[in-house]
Design a binder for this molecule. Sequence first.
Ligand code: AMP
Ligand code: ZN
Ligand code: ZN
Length: 412
Amino acid sequence: MHWLRTLAAASIAGLLYACTTPPVMAPAPPAPPVEQRAPVTILIGIDGFRPDYLDRGVTPVLSQLAAQGVRATMRPSFPTKTFPNFYTLVTGKRPDRHGIVGNRFEDPARPGERFTLASDQPYWWDQAEPLWTAAEKAGVQTAVMFWPGSGVEIGGTRPHDWQAFGMAVSGRQRVDAIIDWLRRPAATRPKLLGLYFDTVDTAGHHHGPHDPGTNAAVAEVDALIGRLTSELAALGQPANLVFVADHGMAAVDESRRIQLDTIAAASDFRTVEEGPYAAIEPQPGREAALAAALLKPHPNMECWRRADVPARLHYGRNPRTPSFLCLARIGWTITTRPAREPLRPGGAHGYDPAAPEMAALFLAHGPAFASGVTLPPFDNIHVAPLLRRLAGVPQAQAVDGDAAMLAPALKR
Ligand code: AMP
Ligand code: ZN
Ligand code: ZN
C-alpha cells in the first residue's frame, strides 16, 4: 500500500502545482497602437438658450465646461428668429446679406411663394456659402445633425452626412449619431460636425424664460452634453466644442398686445410675419395710406419703410425684407388676431438684438481654447470665421464677421 499512498501524494502535489503555477503561454501579441486622434470641431446649436440659463444651478456639465473654457454673451442678428441666426452662425453674414431674412418671408422674384421652415429649394439659401459647403469643397469632411439648411443642396453641395429634420428624433439619438460618425476609421471620419437641440426653445415659448419647466429643458440638454463629452472621452476623441444659441427668450402675455388692425385699416395691408416684429406689405394702391398710419409714433412699437430701418439693425437692403417693418418694445406682441383669441402667456423672440433678453449663449471648450475666460459681448457674425480657422477651411467669400474678433478665445 506504500506505493499507492506515494502515488496519491504525488497526484495531489501535481494538482496543487497546477493550481498555483501560471501555465506556460505563448508571448502575448503586441497591443495594437492606440490611435492618437486629431481634434475635431463640433458646433452645437441650442435653440433659444439664454446665457443666464448657465447661472441657474441646473447645468453642471455646461457650467464646468464654461469654467474650463470660454464663455460670452453673444448678440444675435436681426431678426432674432431661428433660421436667420442659425444661418448667420454658419455663414458669417448678417440675415440681410445671406438672404434668410426671417423664418417666413417673400421674394419679389418669386411672386406667390413664401419661404417657410420647410423650404429646401437651394434658391432661398444660395446667397451665402455655409461652413459645411466651404469645408467639403476644401476636402474637410463634415457631418451635420439637423442644422437649418443642412438638408439643402446649397452651392451644389450638402454635408457628407446629414439627416432630414425631425422633432421626434430624441436628443439622445442626435448625440449618438455624432458619436457613431466619430467611430469610423480615420479616413472616413468627419472633421467638422454640427448638432442641434430644439427643446429649450420649445419650453421657453411654452412656459416663458423664468419657469421651472424651462429650467427642466435646460437641465435635460445639459445631461445630453454630459453624454456627448463622456462618449468622446471613451473614444479618446479630443474635440473643440463650440456651443451657440440663435437668440434668447422674453416673457410675453395678453396684457402687452399691439392690435395692428386698430392702427392701420385692415384693408390697407397684409402681414407676412407677426409677433415681436411685423413684416407688412401694403395692398395695391394703399401704400400712402398705410405709411401715414404706421410711420407716426406708437407707444410700444416703431415702424419704418424698408429703406429707413435703423443702421444698427443691418436690415432692409435685401429685396426679401418687407416694405414696412414694425418692431415691438420687448415683451410686446404685434398681432391682427381677434381680441376673442387672447395671447397665451409664455415666451417669444424676434425683438431688437440689443435687448438683454435676446442675448444668446456662446461657450467654447477644447484644446484650441483658452481656459477660464469670459469675453466681452460680441456679434454672432464672428462665429463662422472662428470655426473656419479652427477646422482649416479657407474663407472664399467676403463675409461680415472677422475671426480676429474672437482671437482672445483661443489658447495663446
Ligand atoms: P422659432 O419659431 O424661431 O422658435 O423656430 C424654432 C423651431 O424651428 C423649432 O422648434 C424647430 O421645430 C424648428 N426647426 C429647427 N430646425 C429646423 C429644420 N432644420 N427644419 C425645420 N424646422 C426646424
Ligand atoms: Zn430659435
Ligand atoms: Zn423659438
